[in-house]
Design a protein around this ligand. Structure first.
Ligand code: GDP
Length: 447
């Protein structure tokens, strides 16, 4: 998982404090020092780390906490909420509007993943029902238009650019005019990320902005940019009104913390993160969910996003109703396995489920867990409708029934037993979800 190392270091600091015999000012200081070191090692801007530390201390006021109160929990909550505030500038991102031509301009230095991200953004919104079109306003880099054309062709998205026109603002304007006329409702303008001089790059950006009057300007930054990220983001923000940030390459070895600091520099929220080169390796970003996952608390929001991504729209209300209803049956478990298998690596999906963290599936065990699920589904294939829909699990206490299911599926009896255990575990979790605040919406923990 993205930034997993940082998450485990923060957790370690919180756990250490939990085992301290007295949770006093000294224990809190030691804990905060450990968290601050972890954040700085992950390249989070030093000033922001100091602020987080001061804010937690102000929030907690350890000497004033009533005896008997779970101090560790209070501190954990304060750290959680400060990490969220660090990533959440409290400014809302621009919401695309149906029925108008939304113009979104992308800026960022070359190599940060801007063109790839434009395509991912277009594709993600195409799946949400928008009609995107893309414009290449980079006349500086030879091959920029070809790259955009290639990306667009693969994704089935119309594009506009020119091999002969040398004024990027003129291209951008012509492209926007054309796609507006053709009633595209999401017009994406990709700009240059490099020039002979920095001044020229920024001047060009300003001219394009003036020409197309975008509804939103997205700043794209590579997750592996370290402490320099803050100044880089600030330079862009000073030139054009950046309204949103996308952090790329948060897969692999990116420390990520530097780029996350771009939030403070631009006073703009992160709206997506890039987690791979492929067009759908792109995740919606929500600060609370992200911090929940970082601290191993799970992420309902991301989980629901994934679910709604793979389940046909007409089946979604039914599923959400079932989930919220909390009546769990073998048939629901069967459907969930089928859905989860469509969602991608199990460890990633499971890390989003609050309470499970990553530990239910050991690293590298994705394939084995897929196999296990397939076998469970085979077992369930030999159940009767009454068994699949039973809400009272007593019927599975009959030995003869379990033997029949095992025989019918050709799977060993112990596997039927494991499925029953799994069912019990999931059933309990579903029960908990019923009362979970914010289950259908945000985050895995209320701050
Ligand atoms: P631009 O110069 O800013 O337009 O950058 P490009 O879109 O050309 O991307 C530069 C390189 O980064 C390409 O090789 C992309 O495939 C790669 N890239 C972009 N986003 C991601 C990401 O989220 N993860 C990874 N691993 N690679 C990415």
């Amino acid at each position: 998982m993205v930034l997993a190392e940082l998450g485990s270091k923060i957790n370690h600091a919180l756990r250490n404090m939990g085992t301290a015999s007295v949770v006093d000012e000294q224990a809190l200081d030691a804990c905060l020092k450990e968290i601050a070191t972890a954040l700085i090692q992950a390249d989070v801007n030093i000033k922001m780390v100091k602020q987080l530390r001061d804010n937690v201390k102000r929030q907690v006021q350890i000497e004033d906490l009533a005896a008997g109160l779970n101090k560790k929990r209070v501190i954990e909550k304060a750290v959680f909420s400060e990490l969220c505030s660090m990533l959440d500038p409290s400014t809302e991102p621009y919401e695309l509007k149906k029925g108008k031509s939304n113009v979104v301009m992308f800026v960022g230095l070359q190599g940060n993943g801007k063109t790839t991200t434009c395509t991912k953004y277009a594709y993600a919104n195409k799946r949400k029902g928008y009609r995107p079109a893309m414009i290449c306003a980079d006349t500086f880099r030879a091959g920029a238009f070809d790259q955009l054309k290639q990306n667009c062709t693969k994704a089935g998205i119309p594009f506009y650019g020119s091999y002969t026109e040398t004024d990027p603002a003129a291209i951008a304007q012509a492209g926007v005019d054309r796609f507006r006329q053709e009633k595209y409702d999401l017009i994406i303008v990709d700009t240059s990320g490099r020039h002979k001089q920095e001044d020229a790059l920024f001047e060009e950006m300003r001219e394009i902005e003036e020409a197309v009057q975008p509804d939103c300007i997205v700043f794209v930054i590579d997750g592996s940019v370290g402490q320099a990220a803050y100044d880089q983001a600030l330079a862009f923000k000073k030139t054009v009104p950046v309204g949103a940030v996308i952090v790329t390459k948060l897969d692999g070895h990116a420390k990520g913390g530097g780029a996350l600091s771009a939030v403070a520099a631009t006073d703009s929220p992160i709206i997506y993160i890039g987690t791979g080169e492929h067009i759908d390796q792109f995740e919606h970003f929500e600060a609370k969910s992200f911090v929940s996952r970082l601290l191993g608390l799970g992420d309902w929001h991301g989980f629901m996003d994934k679910i709604t991504d793979v389940i046909p729209e007409d089946q979604q209300p039914d599923l959400i109703e079932k989930l919220q209803g909390g009546t769990f049956t073998m048939r629901i478990l069967y459907e969930q396995y089928a859905n989860i298998m469509k969602m991608g690596p199990m460890s990633q999906v499971m890390s989003m489920i609050p309470g499970l963290g990553g530990d239910i599936i050991p690293k590298g065990a994705d394939e084995a867990s897929h196999e296990r699920m397939k076998h469970f589904m085979t077992v369930m294939d030999s159940m009767t409708d009454a068994e699949l829909d039973a809400t009272d699990m007593k019927i599975f206490q009959e030995e003869s029934r379990l033997r029949r299911i095992a025989m019918g599926s050709g799977r060993p009896a112990r596997e039927v037993g494991s499925l029953m255990q799994e069912f019990k575990k999931m059933s309990m979790m579903w029960g908990k979800m019923k009362g979970l605040k914010g289950f259908s919406g945000k985050g895995g923990m209320s701050a």
